[in-house]
Design a protein around this ligand. Sequence first.
Ligand code: NAD
Length: 479
Amino acid sequence: MTTYMNFIDNEWSAAYDGRTVEVLDPSTGEVFAHIARSGGSEIGRAVQAARHAFEGDWGNMAPAARSRLLLRIAQALLDHVDELAALEQRDTGKPTRQARADALAVARYFEFYGGAVDKIHGQTIPYPQEFTVLTLREPHGVTGHIVPWNYPLQIFGRSVAAALAAGNACVVKPAEDACLSLLRVAGIMAEAGLPPGALNIVTGLGNEAGAALAAHPGIDHISFTGSPQTGQAVQQAAAANFVPVTLELGGKSPQLVFSDADIEAALPVLLNAIIQNAGQTCSAGSRVLVQRAIYSDVVGRLAEHFKASRTGAAADDPDCGPLINARQLGRVQAYLQDADASGISVAARGQLDSNAPAGGFYQVPVLLSDVPAEHRLAQEEIFGPVLCAIPFDTEEEALRIANGTPYGLVAGVWTQDGGRQFRMARKLRAGQVFINNYGAAGGVELPFGGSGQSGYGREKGFEALYGFTRLKTVALRHG
Ligand code: NAD
């Protein structure tokens, strides 16, 4: 059984005391590998290696050379798409199509940010004649990246490719449930020519390696993606060192379906938005708000889509794969028990493949109808394939319900009315609003992030690049 090691300074090393964490296949529940269980000392070595790289070869590399290197990495990742997708699938239980999409996405991030390296311009500022004033966008230095288990390749790609493009050196702490693809990516990047120390990956538990990274005084910026609770802890640890943090947290994202919507187009999108990655997506469309005139029709037709959905082992490429682990399964089941105890009706359940292995962490998709907007099922992030349907009468009521959670990440609007499309887009509390679609295929070009308990700061697109720089103003008095 393979034991995967840390990647520090372009070398593989075990935790100093040899401790490991088991790696489970969510489709079977079986242990198939181990990762290093690291702590403060491995994080310390990684931060030191990153600092050395930042002050040395990596930090001094000309932008055009850095660009060519990131583009070479993008091509190398594309050359390994099948291998990366297979690793991601085994480690996280992603259906084949999703695992492949994620492996392609990480390459695309390096392509996008590789092409942007030499286009991060500063400005000149009009000022009295005797001055010339300009701004420089400089890298933070050493950036820390704490990654969750739900989209390891994608989240690594969006934050690390942008940070490297801006000239930072990175220390990454992947989630203990999903490290393998990222360790392989690191190896591919080194083979493609990334200088030692520019990227370091340290595996281990959140409250050990993760906490050590968040509290390390040698870090200049932290990009955290994960739950609001951990985000708060990371923020507090970073505050002690005055380290800026970008937080990408959870969501309870609504889709609003008005009576003039193209229902036929909306139905498969409504289903996919909650069963993709078994509902373990921060931007999952986990509430569907439907105008009362069409409510029972839409819920009835959506129920047919739910019933037809297939849940099963990842390699069988089902619509819905297993959840990541037993704890996550227990959490989702507890919410469903609460629905039962609260008398909330189940409009439909999906089907479990008869050959799904008994030890896997399976939860079939569930459609709940007439969920009171204030109920915890309609307020809290379940992080499983559970969709809450809620009726509304007017635009105002739809907005009140849609904006009535502590989150503000993403929203979808289904209507043919142009005026309403813009009214909703402007008034919805969300970092991304999709009209007559949901997610726009997740393009790397589209800035992404939230407000409230969904976090702050933006990843993806050019916005992320700016986030991985700090601005310096230079005023030259020349008379
Ligand atoms: P989590 O907060 O438990 O873990 C996220 C990461 O933080 C992991 O690497 C973990 O090891 C680490 N960690 C845990 N405790 C830590 C600590 N005390 N100090 C430092 N690091 C620590 O989240 P999760 O369960 O892995 O992921 C699910 C959550 O992530 C959901 O809430 C989901 O919505 C959110 N998420 C958000 C986005 C986004 O872009 N907004 C994307 C994906 C997931």
